[in-house]
Design a binder for this molecule. Structure first.
Ligand code: HMG
Ligand code: MG
Length: 298
């Protein structure tokens, strides 16, 4: 009982790279994003307009946005924490603005230096201005399934935050398992609860595969009618302000599963693998199952 079509949202150039300590050259990022643009994907998160000292790897966001070759069939999105970030993002005309905050006070404070109640008015302004500039707005809620500092997170608190984001007029909400602690039963419970408040068309799930549960979590969410999932090529990724937040769910592993199940994504698996081989020259070993198999072949 799962959907026949899934939208896979590529977050590799943003979430995938933000935790990499060795600077990936600008030219490589551009070439990589250009390769991803031709895979059939409809969405790429290209970078973050956050403070360059907080995420040094993405300090070249402006140049990346300026120099990539844009495919009109792809939405090019970027993370924006505040009005300063929005100003930078609008200067280079990103298509979609991604707001973010955490369901946990301590992760929020560590990640964006504010309490949740201090963050919400900032995001409200960003959303309003972004909408005024004709952009679509995506909202991220992090640590929904568990926090590296606080442990378990109350789903009621998540619902309250999601409600506030939707009231700001966001177009889509991405529910984050920032440190990859979710298990399928928990995903079923939290997703069911979310779907009793918000329409499934507006919800995406963002799993990290830290403990190997991401694909199982996808399947559970799919069975509840969720059709949008975030993933990163090769399983790159993690949040530097969430200890233990290793790789995102790998796009290549997700595509393998979905396509074998007869679920359509519109994305060419081989082209994604080529993009994984390309970026592998610049980052730590890719952790996806697909890349491990391919790298171990003689
Ligand atoms: P702050 O130090 O509190 O900022 O940082 P501030 O507002 O006090 O400003 C201090 C200075 O920074 C000022 O400059 C600002 O202009 C400047 P000064 O006047 O002193 O010269 N500044 C900026 N410069 C460039 N771009 C900006 C910007 N904003 C202020 N946007 C801030 C607050 C939010 C900026 C900082 O904490 C930050 O950048 N954090 C980003 C952290 C981050 O990117 N984390 C990873 C992404 S979240 C994630 O990975 C989870 C997700 O994947 C979902 C999941 O897995 O759950 C999305
Ligand atoms: Mg993430």
């Amino acid at each position: 009982n799962f959907p026949g079509e899934i939208i896979v949202k590529e977050v590799g150039p943003r979430d995938g790279l933000q935790n990499e300590t060795e600077m990936v050259p600008l030219e490589a990022k551009i070439e990589w994003i250009n390769m991803l643009s031709e895979t059939g994907t409809s969405y790429i998160e290209i970078s973050s307009f956050v403070h360059p000292d907080w995420i040094p790897q993405l300090k070249d966001a402006t140049e990346v946005a300026k120099q990539i070759k844009r495919n009109p069939d792809v939405t090019y999105a970027a993370l924006v924490p505040n009005l300063k970030g929005l100003e930078r993002a609008l200067e280079v005309n990103v298509d979609e603005v991604c707001l973010f905050l955490s369901a946990s006070e301590s992760h929020n404070k560590n990640n964006i230096n504010k309490t949740i109640s201090e963050t919400l008015p900032v995001l409200k302004n960003v959303s309003k201005e972004a909408k005024g500039a004709g952009k679509t707005v995506r909202g991220y809620v992090s640590t929904v399934f568990g926090c590296p500092y606080e442990g378990s997170i109350d789903t009621e608190k998540v619902i309250t935050i999601c409600d506030k984001l939707f009231t700001m007029g966001i177009d889509e909400l991405s529910i984050g398992d920032t440190i990859g602690v979710a298990d399928p039963l928990q995903v079923e419970q939290v997703t069911s609860k979310l779907l009793s408040y918000f329409p499934k068309e507006k919800i995406a799930m963002h799993f990290h595969d830290t403990r190997g549960t991401a694909l199982a979590n996808v399947l559970v969410a799919m069975n509840l009618g969720i059709t949008k999932f975030d993933s990163a090529v090769g399983g790159l990724g993690g949040c530097p302000y969430a200890k233990g937040a290793s790789g995102n769910l790998a796009t290549d592993d997700l595509l393998y599963m979905l396509h074998r199940m007869g679920v359509n994504t519109g994305i060419d698996e081989n082209k994604v693998i080529n993009a994984a081989f390309y970026i592998e020259k610049y980052v730590k070993n890719l952790s996806s199952h697909q890349m491990k198999i391919l790298n171990s072949q003689p």
